[in-house]
Design a protein around this ligand. Sequence first.
Ligand code: ATP
Ligand code: MG
Length: 142
Amino acid sequence: MLTLAIIKPDAVRAGLAGKILAHLEAAGFAVRAARLVKLSPAQAEAFYEVHRARPFYRSLVTFMTSGPALALALQRADAVAQLRKVIGATDPADAEPGTVRKLYAESKEQNAIHASDSAETAAREVAFFFPEAELRELGGSR
Ligand code: ATP
Ligand code: MG
């Protein structure tokens, strides 16, 4: 099964994309697609639409458009739940030791990485960045 990760602009800016990708691979995820993206405000707004009414929404959109981010379609068994475990809690202060956010994140907003939170959002979010039919076929077969 596939899930979507985004190595966020803070981590790319800090030169941590390679370390974080190595961490994900060591945790058993295979990279099925990768794209370095500079999100437009409209794209970031659409991607985080679910948070539109939250007080941090405008700031989140500004952050997510502040520089390049690395979108990844990742495959492994139970990918969605396993990736959420590997990245840790939203706020690095609350994240378990050894998680990506505990190791690499700066703050609750600038928290290094995104991961899809359900099978439904994973399908939608993978298609958001990687609409290619081939990828859907490959990802859907396991
Ligand atoms: P993501 O969706 O990016 O994987 P998440 O699922 O752990 O993160 P969400 O509640 O979906 O957390 O929030 C989306 C993102 O919005 C967070 O990752 C963080 O960048 C930002 N965010 C969430 N809560 C806050 C907050 N209280 N203050 C500032 N930024 C926040
Ligand atoms: Mg979320």
